[in-house]
Design a protein around this ligand. Structure first.
Ligand code: GLC
Ligand code: GLC
Length: 818
């Protein structure tokens, strides 16, 4: 407990009780194609599909104060001016509460006997954000007050909108129709879509020009119209179009009124106009009519709740740790869906104009949500594969609107292609859908080509095999998973990107992490081919695995841990011999997960070294010692101040690989301890240091070399979501989807005596109870399925459920994964 708020697990909400949180605490609205960022004070913006190309409302990043601009409602109650979400006026409220829930945020503010509740959400399948608004008079006297809504329209292309004022100041256009404000910039020419900001009740005025509503010299905390208590009915002509409705209320003692504002994206089609230059508003009017009653709004909100109950129902756990339960059952799955939808595009740290959908990021995100929405995972895998090039390399990102890859943030990251194998295999294990392998995807640089997805996976394996360096290890290219380990860039020019600079052709720099990832991918392919009854191909993959394993064990073992890389001059990186950066986390994780160090004790030794050199109560540090100076031969990693980001920060994403490796080696106590060290729910007690949202994972926590050790940054859009979900749901709790059923292989603390998992798998619900009478960490002793004993630790596939599964752990060891 701390002063800012608390979890409400029953309601699946995080409740914030003060608006001045240590950082703005964000939530997302929307689950299909229409999304909004919404902070605990209503800040943020809305877009359709693509935060760069179809941004509907404005938000100025890195503003002062930090989070300013959003969905605002101003109250003028006898001259007292306030917002229910506190910002932007920041008048002290009598009561404030923000409840961030799954796909919705409910903000309630009260002052002077007036209570205003705003519920923001996007109904399933619709391109509209609803602001359900309830205004209550909690006094014994009648009250008069005036409300003003406010959004600032973005002229769709967000980068242009925030840079090209010589044009944008002259093109803004709106129309007003009843209580509908239609933002139609560029509609006359090449756009066939508009933004509607409407109100379901009659209005008493409106404004659509920012200068008229706010005033040229005023801030959002002092809009002239709100102060005057009277709208100007302004029509935007260029400059900055906004939407604001005035609503006069007269409430009897104890009375309330409920209505809604709608913010919608509408694609028109023919006929585009009603009259010359007057847009066809039929769809907009229909939408306003559809939600004109509180019942219609409430029904849509209930439907949203059902969508989430159903999604989360794919995995529910009851284990002895409340943080693990809460994260796995609610917030972690939710965050996984957000990362799936948005990849790394739009958060408080990603501006929506920089990074599109990342190839490696999105493939990993699939691991965290494929159990909830397998059909969407299928499409995503095919979209991603279509941005692979015929030689095996990949466009590092693509724009969600066009699905076209681009090289804007670089290319030739020699790990990218391998992640496609992980996502595809995870998808097939989840669904059994082998047909996806035959889907004709083609390669991005071969227009019209139709090579199958399986062809892509083979191309990926072949690429790594054909691009190895002097130690037989994979070449690294511009970087591997660690974007900042740039062994070929040698950059002395502050104006160039570390990821794009330098020449990778002919370079011999090698990555041990990619070697470990390849080991894992080759084994996945081996299992896939075995399941496809293609033993020759399986054998071939086994051979590749063995060959790479040999290279790893003979060339990449440093004595107490695995090396990280060999630089462009074949000097080791991440070796005891180095002055700084002696030990790195990524190669320990991936080599162990890929099956290295199994028979020779190195897996355990590598993990022990992680414990001794990298583990802290705030998570596992990426590498130690931190680099104190810039190294030309290592690149961006040495550009960061010691203790942050890739230079010895705690990069939570890779922590989960170690959690999984601990599980594979039977270290249940440590796996849980490590997990809790980065678990946001467990950070509530140190929230003043941690600062970020306690309900979602952050990309990075400052390491011990930083003065702000323990401070989190870059919350929400991080691979940490998917990987921690995998590590807890499949590693710790041990319920693992596999081609022919669910495998049960937990690794838990010895003092966990019993826990339960409900898992929906291929449409059937499995209710799994795990008992641990002997107090072991790992090992299934026996298992019954619907009362019948089964051999081994696989639950066979059922056609109908629910299926009751009883598992007893004990000293009889199950086989470890091959
Ligand atoms: C960021 C990037 C991801 C990369 C990681 C480590 O999370 O999105 O692609 O792997 O940083 O550098
Ligand atoms: C990743 C890294 C970040 C780096 C960036 C470069 O996001 O986390 O540190 O600056 O990639 O694109």
């Amino acid at each position: 407990m701390h002063g800012y708020g608390h979890f409400d697990d029953t309601a699946r909400e995080y409740v914030i009780l003060r608006p001045d949180t240590p950082l703005p605490w964000l939530n997302y609205l929307g689950q299909d194609e229409f999304f909004g960022l919404c902070t605990n004070t209503g800040g943020g913006y809305t877009f359709w599909r693509d935060a760069k190309l179809r941004r509907l409302t404005r938000y100025r990043y890195n503003n002062v104060p930090m989070d300013l601009g959003g969905r605002y409602l101003y109250i003028n109650h006898n001259g007292s001016i306030w917002n229910p979400g506190w910002k932007p006026v920041q008048t002290t409220l009598d009561r404030y509460e923000c409840r961030h829930g799954l796909g919705y945020t409910r903000i309630t503010g009260a002052k002077g006997g007036i209570e205003v509740e705003l519920l923001f959400f996007v109904p399933p399948g619709e391109n509209v954000e609803i602001w359900k608004t309830t205004v209550r008079n909690t006094t014994g006297k009648p009250q008069r007050l005036t409300l003003f809504s406010f959004v600032e329209f973005c002229l769709y292309e967000a980068l242009n909108d925030m840079t090209n004022y010589q044009r944008t100041y002259s093109i803004g256009e709106v129309e007003v129709d009843g209580s509908g404000i239609y933002h139609k910039t560029e509609y006359r020419e090449r756009r066939d879509h508009y933004t509607l900001f409407g109100c379901t009740r009659p209005i008493d005025g409106y404004d659509t020009a920012r200068d008229a509503f706010v005033g040229v010299h005023n801030g959002l905390h002092e809009p002239q119209v709100v102060r005057a208590g009277q709208a100007r009915n302004s029509r935007a002509f260029g400059w900055n179009p906004i939407g604001s409705h005035q609503i006069n209320l007269h409430l009897a003692p104890g009375a309330s009124e409920t209505f809604a504002f709608l913010l919608a994206y509408i694609e028109q089609g023919e006929p585009k106009f009603d009259q010359p230059y007057v847009i066809n508003k039929t769809k907009g009017r229909q939408l306003l009519a559809k939600y004109s009653t509180p019942v219609a709004v409430d029904t849509a909100f209930e439907a949203l709740g059902k969508v989430w109950s159903n999604l989360l129902g794919a995995y529910q756990a009851e284990c002895p740790n409340e943080h693990a339960n809460r994260m796995v059952n609610i917030w972690n799955q939710y965050q996984c869906l957000v990362t799936f939808n948005l990849s790394r595009t739009a958060s408080l740290f990603e501006t929506g104009i920089g990074r599109g959908m990342g190839f490696r990021d999105s493939n990993q995100d699939i691991l965290g949500f494929v159990h909830m929405l397998p059909e969407r995972a299928r499409q995503r895998i095919l979209d991603l594969a279509a941005t692979q090039l015929a030689d095996g390399t990949c466009f590092h990102q693509y724009q969600p609107l066009t699905k076209k890859g681009n090289a804007e943030i670089g290319g030739d990251f020699y790990d990218d292609h391998l992640w496609l194998i992980l996502s595809t295999c995870a998808y097939i294990k989840e669904t059994g859908d082998r047909a996806i392998l035959d889907a004709p995807v083609g390669y991005a640089d071969k227009p019209g080509s139709r090579e199958s997805l399986l062809h892509h996976l083979e191309t990926s394996i072949a690429y790594t095999l054909n691009h190895r360096g002097p130690h037989g290890l994979p070449l690294i290219g511009h970087a591997d998973w660690n974007d900042c380990l740039n062994l070929n860039c040698f950059s002395k020019e502050p104006n160039e990107s570390f990821q794009c600079a330098g020449d990778v052709d002919g370079s011999v720099a090698e990555s041990v992490m990619i070697a470990g990832l390849f080991l894992y991918a080759a084994r996945e392919m081996e299992q896939l081919f075995a399941w496809l009854a293609r033993p020759d191909a399986a054998q071939r993959m086994h051979g590749h695995h063995q060959e790479m394993l040999h290279a790893v064990e003979t060339e990449a073992w440093d004595g107490q841990w695995y090396l990280r890389a060999f630089d462009a001059e074949s000097r080791p990186v991440g070796s005891a011999k180095c002055d700084e950066g002696k030990i790195f986390i990524e190669s320990q994780g991936w080599c162990v997960l890929g099956g290295a160090g199994r028979d020779n004790g190195r897996a355990l030794q590598a993990l022990q070294s992680v414990h001794e050199h990298l583990f802290t109560p705030n998570g596992i540090i990426l590498q130690q010692p931190a680099y104190s100076a810039y190294h030309l031969e290592l690149g961006e990693i040495t550009s960061y101040p010691p203790g942050v980001k890739e230079n010895a920060g705690i990069f939570c994403h890779n922590n989960a690989w170690i959690h999984l490796a601990l599980c594979q080696t039977g270290q249940g106590e440590r796996a849980l301890e490590y997990y809790l060290s980065i678990c946001p729910s467990a950070k509530e007690r140190q929230i003043e240091t941690y600062r970020s949202e306690p309900y979602v994972y952050a990309q990075m926590i400052a390491g011990r070399d930083a003065s702000c050790f323990g401070e989190a940054k870059n919350s929400w859009l991080t691979g940490t979501a998917a990987w921690t979900f995998v590590s807890v749901s499949q590693g710790l709790l041990g319920v693992q989807p596999d081609y022919e059923g669910l495998l049960i292989d937990p690794c838990i603390p010895k003092d966990w005596t019993e826990y339960k998992v409900t898992r929906r798998f291929r449409g059937v619900e499995y209710k799994i109870t795990i008992n641990n009478p002997d107090g072991v960490n790992r090992g299934v002793k026996c298992m019954t399925v619907d009362g019948k004993t089964v051999d081994g630790n696989r639950i066979p596939l059922f056609e109908t459920g629910p299926v009751e599964v009883e598992v007893e752990l004990g000293k009889a060891l199950v086989r470890l994964p091959a």
